[in-house]
Ligand binder design. Structure first.
Ligand SMILES: C[S@@+](CC[C@H](N)C(=O)[O-])C[C@H]1O[C@@H](n2cnc3c(N)ncnc32)[C@H](O)[C@@H]1O
Length: 314
């Protein structure tokens, strides 16, 4: 039911006869269920089950094509797919799609819960990003990047970074899928200004590498964001050192880091290293506003949002 409401808010909130008429079911079939690559098999099966339940509750008949397709798919072996495509309606008329790995393998090839929370935060607090260049650390599949792109032309530049080549290529694919032109500074690794004509860039940036050697695009950003980048204790020291250097690189810089606390001790390590660098950390999880209702389906109980700045000097 919730899934139906998310996929088709306009239809779902309309009168029952509208939701259930055969032509609309056929439209749902053709525009979502019949697509070869999306959604994932498990999502598809859940979606159609909910559709059938809803129809039964309203004493209405299921469209025959959907039923036939569902019966065949249910009994068939799950096909081995390399990628799945997840789509979200982030504003009334804006749909976005992200390619994810079908089977979990690399952390950066899946969209994580903290990215949903950070996206809800960005969409509800656009003024914090207006007039600034924004850098994302560990951008993964690029949800936050696509959301930041929605803020254009009110933001100057968006620089999406990650370090694994597969993840970076997928990040570029996902920008392309959503019609976003990017400066691909991964394959075109030069300082040539003509390769930087777009206001969205994808750049390789490894927290463990020498900060002084990183692309000037990375260093110029005033606002830094990151989602689910605190997950590995051994990375905390590098990550915080990078945050510290980026914040020091200009005046009034700020970072918004959303993290899912899966392991208390990993998060304690992150907080301890932030303390060692004497950074000013504010937990803004419960004082911030978020896009409501959220276009994403996720559990936010374990997710925190930190605002990180340099301490003011007197
Ligand atoms: C758990 S994923 C989060 C991805 C995305 N932000 C999201 O929330 O969906 C962590 C991300 O950090 C990136 N990462 C890990 N170690 C890194 C490093 N040393 N330098 C840069 N990125 C790194 C991974 O490639 C991955 O994309």
């Amino acid at each position: 039911m919730q899934l139906l409401a998310l996929e088709y808010p306009q239809v779902f909130n309309a009168k029952a006869e509208l939701i259930l008429n055969d032509a609309l079911q056929q439209m749902i079939y053709e525009s979502v269920l019949h697509q070869a690559d999306r959604p994932s098999r498990s999502y598809y099966l859940r979606f159609v089950k909910l559709l059938i339940e809803t129809l039964e509750r309203h004493d209405q008949a299921i469209n025959e094509t959907i039923l036939e397709d569902f019966t065949t798919s249910y009994s068939a072996q799950a096909p081995a797919k390399e990628y799945i495509y997840k789509s979200y309606c982030i504003t009334d008329d804006k749909w976005i799609t992200l390619k994810n790995e079908a089977v979990y393998n690399l952390v950066g090839m899946t969209t994580w819960g903290a990215a949903y929370l950070l996206s809800d935060f960005i969409l509800a607090n656009k003024q914090l990003f207006q007039g600034h260049s924004v850098l994302e650390l560990g951008a993964g599949t690029g949800l936050v990047g696509v959301v930041l792109n929605q803020l254009k032309p009110d933001i100057k530049q968006v620089v999406l970074t990650d370090y694994a080549p597969v993840v970076l290529n997928n990040l570029i694919d996902n920008m392309n899928i959503n019609g976003i032109q990017v400066n691909d500074l991964v394959s075109n690794n030069t300082n040539d200004q003509s390769s930087k004509k777009e206001d969205m860039s994808v750049v390789e940036f490894d927290w463990e590498a020498d900060f002084d050697q990183c692309d000037p695009f990375v260093k110029q950003c005033e606002v830094i964001v990151g989602a689910d980048i605190v997950y590995e204790p051994s990375l905390c020291r590098y990550l915080v050192s990078v945050l510290n250097q980026l914040l020091q690189h200009g005046n009034n810089r700020v970072a918004y880091i959303a993290s899912t606390i899966r392991n208390e001790s990993t998060f304690a390590t992150f907080q301890q290293v932030l303390d060692e660098h004497q950074l000013l950390v504010t937990d803004i999880t419960h004082t911030s506003s978020y896009l409501t209702p959220s276009p994403f389906e996720y559990d936010r109980t374990q997710i925190v949002l930190f605002q990180i700045q340099l301490r003011p000097t007197h």
